[in-house]
Ligand binder design. Structure first.
Ligand code: NAP
Length: 503
């Protein structure tokens, strides 16, 4: 398909006054008044609620986009269509499912500019990171298509006489079957990547998907869904229901038509887990990633990684055992996402206020600041808070912004104890030149992932990724997610008498 698109620069859209003709292949997803439609039953639709949700640009704090506030009736209809479409999709040959996914992947990459533009405007993601999120998402879809072909092609064959007391008169064929309708809920910080990391495995495994995008990030999400629409997936198989999580979230997550929930976000996931029915849950929740720097570490490497990791777009890092003065954060640029600044506005005023409360609490309890605390609107300048102690909230709560706490500890054991005392157990990292020590520390850290000599990172996307304790349920990564979105089905062939091959 040949697609004519404006470049990111050309396409800077005046607030809420979209000219549809600028939107190229995305024209169908926008109303005349500039608000974005929702997607169900293979069509872009306007909600009967006649209400919309306004999305603010975090950097300008002005209204940027509007999306539909979908109703419960619209959720019901999307789930009903998903059920019908899924039954047909499950009978579609695996290679054909993969073909469609490859098509969606190439469309996503081809249309990366306008999608990245939404990420810049909705979540203040620096331009280069916005672009790489979209491209990486295309790669993730293609990888999932390939992996699905291999993983889902294989089942298991078992014979009964391996279990005590049995003859070989039963042959068992175990294969993987789809679950049905997957509810996918991504967070604001990766609204495209963490949507497709749920959509692609669901589809390759023969499921239907209902996506509830984050409000900030919904428009990027809708653009990504349109790539699946253009790729020609059957109507009803994919839908995208917009609206505030606080309004339609419970209705979606407790819906009897949903057969699995894949969620990424914060503590909301804990509440969902308590309310959801007897269905598989994949929960990818908050992190407070301890970075332990041992005395023999390559200090330059550690310092570079801490600055890069801790201040990259919405990372959650704290570090233990390093002189903060060696960290050069002066070189970080602070400003607008369009200018590719390293540090951009946090997603909302509420988020900025939350960070400020954490910082103030640390100041009141005696932490020392390596820079002056500075905030303008939602923009917070990078800050290292030294001598953070366990009585401070910053030692335990994730700021989800450009603030790194430094906790000074006297031994490796103390560092590990701090790491393991947190409710959150997503990732951690250890810097040392000694691989034996690295392995001992890694084994002792009770987190889903430990990075040796690098900042915490999610990916490459096919690596298993999981949180312990309040950081999540289940494991992500392409293969794990495909497996999680299937169930094992067993067929047993009962022979009239024992039969041994070559016997
Ligand atoms: P959030 O507030 O938990 O929201 C996540 C998603 O849940 C959004 O789509 C949100 O929609 C929706 N939601 C809100 N209330 C809901 C409800 N009652 N039922 C169902 N869905 C509901 O998280 P966030 O602020 O978007 O993202 C930041 C958090 O995500 C951080 O804690 C971060 O650590 C975590 N995160 C974790 C990972 C990981 O790999 N483990 C990766 C990325 C982010 P609305 O936007 O409409 O409220």
């Amino acid at each position: 398909m040949m697609i004519q698109m404006m470049s990111v620069a050309e396409q800077s859209i005046p607030t809420l006054s979209l000219r549809r003709s600028w939107l190229g292949p995305f024209q169908d997803i926008v109303e005349e008044d500039g608000s974005f439609k929702y997607y169900a039953d293979g069509e872009w639709q306007t909600s009967s609620s006649r209400r919309s949700v306004t999305i603010s640009n975090p950097a300008t704090r002005e209204a940027q986009y509007k999306v539909q506030a979908c109703t419960q009736e619209e959720v019901n209809r999307a789930i009903d269509s998903a059920k019908v479409a899924q039954r047909v999709w499950a009978k579609t040959p695996l290679w054909k499912r993969a073909e469609k996914l490859h098509k969606a992947a190439s469309l996503l990459k081809e249309l990366k500019n306008p999608i990245a533009e939404c990420l810049i405007k909705e979540i203040a993601k620096p331009a280069k990171d916005a672009m790489s999120e979209v491209v990486r998402s295309g790669d993730l879809i293609s990888y999932t298509a390939e992996e699905g072909i291999r993983v889902l092609a294989e089942g298991k064959f078992l014979v009964s006489d391996s279990f005590t007391g049995n003859d070989r008169n039963k042959l068992c064929l175990a294969s993987k079957i789809p679950l049905g309708v997957i509810l996918a809920i991504p967070p604001f910080n990766y609204p495209v990547n963490l949507a497709v990391s749920k959509i692609a495995p669901a589809l390759i495994a023969g499921n239907a998907v209902v996506v509830k995008p984050p409000t900030q990030g919904a428009v990027a999400g809708l653009h990504a869904i349109h790539c699946f629409h253009l790729a020609g997936f059957p109507k009803g198989l994919i839908s995208c229901i917009t609206g505030k999580g606080s309004e339609i979230g419970d209705f979606l997550t407790m819906h009897s038509g949903v057969n699995c929930i894949s969620f990424t976000g914060g503590d909301t996931g804990i509440a969902i887990s308590k309310k959801a029915g007897m269905i598989p849950l994949q929960m990818e929740l908050g992190g407070k990633d301890a970075c332990i720097v041992l005395e023999d570490a390559d200090i330059d490497l550690a310092a570079t990684n801490i600055v890069k990791g801790g201040f990259s777009y919405r990372q959650v890092l704290e570090f233990l055992w390093i002189e903060p003065t060696i960290l050069s954060i002066a070189k970080l640029t602070v400003g607008s996402p369009e200018d590719n600044s390293d540090i951009t506005a946090v997603v909302s005023e509420a988020s900025a206020n939350f960070i400020e409360d954490l910082v103030e609490d640390a100041r009141e309890k005696g932490a020392s600041f390596c820079q002056d605390y500075k905030r303008k609107g939602n923009l917070i300048w990078p800050l290292l808070v030294d001598r953070v102690t366990p009585d401070m909230r910053l030692a335990w709560e994730e700021p989800f912004g450009p603030v790194i706490p430094v906790i000074r500890i006297k031994s490796v054991e103390e560092a590990i104890h701090h790491c393991n005392s947190s409710n959150l157990g997503l990732q951690g990292c250890v810097f040392t030149r000694d691989i034996n020590k690295a392995m001992i520390v890694s084994d002792a850290m009770e987190t889903g992932t430990v990075q040796i000599n690098s900042a915490p990172a999610r990916g490459p996307d096919h690596f298993p990724f999981q949180g312990l304790r309040d950081s999540g349920i289940g494991s992500q990564g392409v293969t794990n997610t495909i497996n999680m979105m299937t169930k094992t089905k067993t067929t047993v062939i009962n022979l009239p008498g024992p039969s041994y091959s070559m016997g």
